[in-house]
Ligand binder design. Sequence first.
Ligand code: NAD
Length: 730
Amino acid sequence: MENFKIDIDADGVALVTFDVPGRSMNTLTGSVIAEIPTLVEKIKSDDAIKGVVITSGKPSGFCAGADLGDMASGMLAGGGDLQKAFDTGWALNGAFRALETSGKPVAAAINGLALGGGLEFTLACHYRVVENDPKIQLGLPEIKVGLFPGGGGTQRLTRLIGVQNALMQMAEGKSWRPNDAKGAGVVHEVVEKGQSVEAAKAWIKNGGKAVQPWDDKGFKIPGGGPYHPAGAQVFIMGNAILRKQSYGNYPAVLNMMKAVYEGVQVPIEAGLRIETRYFIKTLMTPQAQAMIRSLFLSKQELDKGAVRPAGVPKSDPKKVTVIGAGMMGAGIAYVQAMAGIETILIDQSQEAADKGKQYAVDLIQKRVSRGHMTQDKADAVLGLITATTDYDLIKGSDLVIEAVFENREIKAAVTKNAEAQLAKGAVFGSNTSTLPITGLAEASVRPEDFIGIHFFSPVDKMMLVEIIMGEKTGDEALAKALDYVLKIKKTPIVVNDSRGFYTSRCFSTFLMEGMAMLEEGYSPVLIDNVGRMTGMPRGPLEMHDDVALDLSYKIAKQTREDLGDKYVPTEGEQIVATMVEQGRYGRKNGKGFYDYDQKPKVIWPGLAELAPTTKGAEFGEGPEALAAVDELKTRLLYRQAVEVARCWEEGVIDDPREGDLGAILGWGFAPWTGGPITFIDQTGLKAFVAKADELTAKYGDRFKVPQLLRDMAEKNETFYGRFAPEKKAA
Ligand code: NAD
């Protein structure tokens, strides 16, 4: 075996070290899955082995789960041959089942993170010991890529901790820290770092049993199965809750529920077969395939610097200055210090700079108090941040990120002052959200080193960074900006300059379509419900409140000034202007489309005067109501997708992976679609163009597709086919 090493000690305990050669992290590759039966056979047949401890040889973790690219292509290799797909899918489930029925006690010594198939591996062991390391997480996150646990997770976790707890955990894809995992009953023991193997061996030597609870006579599901009164309640409620969360957009959620419902009524062996069948069914859906591609494969590629210009030597930013210690600057300082970067945080007054650093102090203290970080590490991270007003401290920085007020003159002055301190080759990045980079770069004496580095709020939670190329930005600055983003462990996309760049520009169309519906007389409640039904995180009015109505108002004003006669007023502009004049700025002051002083928030009664509801009653209650709702959903998704296509035609984006992932991570574009580019591809170019034409005829030019889409429809092309990333690299 190349992935497992076995050392048998004097007491007959075999220590199995899981260590996939040539990889920094263990994953369940095809070769690992193929070797587990060999491992089990050895355990069964070698009389010298009395018990088994499985641990990882990697410092990075126990196992990060299945290699999804490998797995999906393996299972779908037979085209429509379901038996073949089942056999491939069953290989892992069958191997784990063989492990837990080998007749010898098996303990997992979990010395690093165990996620997805990694945790499922340990669930197929009779005993689990985990080390108390703040870095360790245990969880089943498959749902986040459109799948559900298919290595026995739906069957074993439910039998271990009950249907309700297991379903909640799997539906949210959340992980446990070691002590929480013990509290939840997922692991048996938490020990100090470096002690897991010893503790696991002790369990075996003390007579650990080689039988899983579910193979014991008289086993009952904790909390009861579907035919138990309490258990039945869980399924009734669970169905409703999952439906409310997913709006039926995710086949994985429904199939997981079915696998659990059907699987817990039969012996585990049959339950596992049921799981494999539903797993394959899920894997074959367009939604799962779209999500795996964007949220797993493309994300991995972009996180490894797939779009970094080749030929520029790799850089390692060690000192980075952040100017402007407000909401964004404070967040940026925190994430880069967490990544080990020396950080100078500058504001106009010492007080403002200190306030910015305090943000990091608070977040880090929270981590310490929850046991997720040691005090020593916390002190070291905070020691990296210097809050100051002194521009001299910029000297020696590899990069400066400007996050001052959104004002051209102020930004120009900051650029000049900072550049005076910067060595040649150091990069100046602006975090502007609306001002075109090419214009801002006019204040720079080295526009080739001037670039947009657009973070999202809140910086510590939002995983995307949008890098914007100005007209004169050079490849070296781009490579350095990317090296920085990768170092702080965010996902970068690179776009060309445009008003609103890529993400804000396309996202705003979602808000604007909501405003159009409001102007047409649809009820605000209906509009937001429909928004959520499309798979967006919230409705367009709610999200407008989050963004802030006064910001929307200011952007419209600035754009009007910039464009003069060419300015076309946006939908609902007058409604927003009136609301802002009345002091309704959105969620930030508790007054927007909603009143936030009560929970749950309610629609502001005054909205009925500004935008009376006149439509909706004619929908009736029959199928025509559903069709009307469908039309509204279609408008919200198409409006965004058409804008994405326009960005493509204008050269703002040119890589389908960035277009898709940027949309999902940047503005929450419905994840089930895999992103707007995949949405267009999967709809089919012809069908997409036909529908958009129909919407244009009914609602106006905002749905008009660019010529590019007509050409592609004509030739039956797709974005991922015509603009395959490999072709771009070549
Ligand atoms: P903010 O008002 O919270 O912070 C701006 C900070 O800059 C303040 O602390 C201010 O004192 C400081 N400042 C102003 N002039 C300065 C100068 N000459 N020298 C040093 N410091 C100065 O604003 P914010 O929300 O953090 O936004 C900052 C930038 O980030 C803006 O360009 C904004 O468009 C952009 N941005 C904001 C968001 C968001 O969601 N808020 C998202 C992405 C980008």
